[in-house]
Design a protein around this ligand. Structure first.
Ligand code: NIG
Ligand code: FE
Length: 409
């Protein structure tokens, strides 16, 4: 049995999962014993002597659950820095998309490359997640937009999940855009999604969730409902990109179809907030996207909290609207722009993120019996993480009881 002992931990913070959102348990000076990837003992200072196969001295360090990034689009081919510069020069993200850039640009590039080429470049970029303390990600397809290319994307996610220590949870996002060849025949693309892609994805067990970009100019509320209902029939759990650019009824639809989460939500209506809270739909907020698109008007996180929503915060890592993989930066933007406090951000980036991908029984908090997914940070306390921003505080990342990133080597 492989064991690992984290000793002399100065501070440890974890969501208290037996208490309401935002309740944090804080420990000072303790040790953590891990056996076969599972947390087996939390040892208070002065307690028993422990011997383990491997020991890490965490003097002066703070331990948190590994971050759960509950919304990413990591499977793409070329990057889009040229569009970024166009935005710097005054073009909007929407204008670039309408002119055939944006997601459709990435789709054209994606189709040019082989599965192996995209897999290898994705494998390389996934390593960055461990460097920044993220131990599980939700990963969407959505740059293929043909049956063959969407399957290619989801197979890459499945294979990398199997081959790497990082856990990837797959979401089918064939409804990310209408691809070029269906621009004048959107009905046919939706038919393809419903009759061909969704059944095939489900049959091959290639995704757990089905997502739709429900937004003005992309998929309407009625089209999104049809697609998500078709996914549900095949046991794909609904998720939505909703109310990002306009108040469009996406949040309301999320409540209606009982989505596990509705994401973005900058323009959510008060009624949408009430309905999401009543239906327990998790708002996954992506403040890095609002920042990177240079938009004002972040998601109304405090209103959502007041209505009783549990909030998750994620990076939205993708080649266009949010290129960061750094959840620590989401703490800073989340604090300043969403007005979330460190105790809420801890939940939002760990246990509530885990709930948004239905893995809260296994990950997202530090408890005896849970998987040992941990971030060891060089910070003196929890408030410091959002405060000292733009740098990487991670000293070590531990995934399933194994050291997968160490700053010294
Ligand atoms: O979540 N909103 C849709 N999808 C991504 C953007 C993807 C892209 O620009 O490539 C998002 O922001
Ligand atoms: Fe997204």
């Amino acid at each position: 049995m492989a064991s690992l002992y984290l000793k002399n931990i100065s501070k440890l913070y974890t969501p208290d999962t037996s208490a309401p959102f935002g309740t944090v348990k804080e420990f000072n000076k303790l040790g953590l014993l891990i056996e076969d990837g599972t947390i087996v003992k939390i040892i208070e200072e002065g307690g028993e002597t422990i011997s383990a196969d491997q020991e890490i001295d965490c003097s002066g360090k703070t331990v948190l659950p590994g971050f759960v990034d509950s919304h990413t689009h990591p499977v793409f081919w070329k990057t889009r820095e040229d569009e970024f510069i166009m935005r710097v020069q005054g073009k909007s993200y929407e204008e670039i998309a309408e002119a055939g850039g944006g997601i459709r640009n990435s789709v054209r590039r994606f189709r040019e490359a082989s599965k192996d080429e995209i897999k290898e470049i994705t494998r390389k970029r996934l390593q960055t997640f461990f460097e920044y303390g993220t131990t599980t990600i939700e990963a969407k397809s959505g740059y293929g937009l043909s049956t063959e290319d969407e399957i290619k994307s989801l197979e890459i996610i499945r294979e990398l999940d199997e081959e790497l220590d990082l856990d990837l949870v797959a979401t089918f996002l064939g409804a990310h855009e209408i691809p070029d060849e269906y621009q004048n025949n959107r009905k046919e693309y939706i038919r393809l999604l419903i009759e061909e892609m969704i059944p095939l994805v489900a049959k091959n067990n290639l995704a757990k969730f089905c997502d739709v970009f429900c937004e003005k100019g992309v998929f309407t509320v009625d089209e999104s409902r049809e697609i998500l209902q078709a996914g549900k029939k095949h046991n794909l759990i609904p998720k939505l990109h909703a109310d990002e650019l306009f108040a469009f009824g996406g949040a309301e639809l999320g409540a209606e179809v009982k989505a596990i989460s509705a994401d973005h939500l900058l323009k959510i209506s008060d009624d949408g907030i009430r309905k999401m809270a009543a239906a327990n739909v998790i708002p996954v907020l992506l403040p890095g996207t609002t920042f990177f698109l240079g938009k004002e008007g972040y998601a109304p996180a405090r209103k959502m909290r007041d209505a009783g929503c549990e909030i998750a915060v994620a990076t939205d890592f993708n080649p266009g609207s949010s290129t960061t993989q750094n959840m620590q930066l989401m703490w800073t933007i989340g604090a300043l722009k969403l007005k979330l406090l460190p105790n809420e951000l801890l939940w939002a980036t760990t246990i509530t993120g885990a709930k948004a991908i239905q893995l809260e029984e296994k990950i997202g908090s530090i408890e005896v019996g849970k998987q040992a997914d941990l971030a060891v940070l060089d910070i003196p306390n929890l408030n410091y993480l959002a405060y000292h921003y733009g740098i990487n505080h991670v000293d070590r990342t531990i995934k399933n009881g194994k050291i997968v990133y160490s700053r010294d080597c």
